[in-house]
Design a protein around this ligand. Structure first.
Ligand code: FE2
Ligand code: FE2
Length: 184
């Protein structure tokens, strides 16, 4: 029986396509699904931070965070698409609620930087899993995220050091707000 005929037969018998076409292990599938959730949580966290900056009428910071949130949704969808491409099953879990208030803009960026470092750890753990599983395709896909995390940490730490230098000087914060608002 050809591959196509087998798929057709399974379809007629109402068998889930993932039972015949799955090209990643269940362990990898579960780990990638977890990462979809974490990327959506990152989006949620940055959107909450954007709303916090809106409440301070710091429109530039708010815009920067809004774009950041959008990027995180793209990360989630990149994992989502990859799971599907490998014949895996997407399982979407509940997204944890982020907090809504921070003590200062500086505290927000301390958290952004810490959060991105945490995400880097998660990506590294996925890479290690792909090595353990001898899953070369997942290893290759994850390299995009390894590079992305270098940028994420670099950007977060750069803004954190700028905010730390400025402290609470309103004029300087206003300038940085204007600068961050230029992000496309
Ligand atoms: Fe991400
Ligand atoms: Fe990120």
């Amino acid at each position: 029986m050809s591959h196509y005929e087998r798929i057709k037969q399974n379809k007629n018998n109402n068998i889930d396509r993932t039972e015949v076409m799955q090209m990643i292990s269940k362990t990898m599938e579960e780990a990638l699904n977890k990462q979809v959730n974490r990327e959506f949580y990152s989006a949620y966290l940055y959107l909450a931070m954007s709303a916090y900056f809106e409440s301070l009428t710091m429109k530039g910071f708010a815009k920067w965070m809004r774009i950041q949130a959008k990027e995180e949704r793209m990360h989630a969808e990149k994992f989502y698409d990859y799971i599907l491409a490998r014949g895996g099953k997407v399982t979407l879990g509940a997204i944890e609620a982020p907090k809504a208030k921070w003590a200062s803009p500086g505290k927000v960026f301390e958290e952004v930087y810490a959060h991105e470092q945490k995400v880097t750890g998660m990506i590294n753990a996925l890479v290690e899993l792909s090595i353990k599983e001898k899953d070369h395709a997942s290893f290759e896909m994850l390299q995009w995220f390894v590079k992305e995390q270098v940028e994420e940490e670099e950007h977060a730490s750069a803004i954190l050091s700028q905010v730390s230098c400025i402290g609470d000087v309103p004029g300087h914060l206003f300038y940085l707000d204007h600068h961050l608002g230029k992000r496309e």
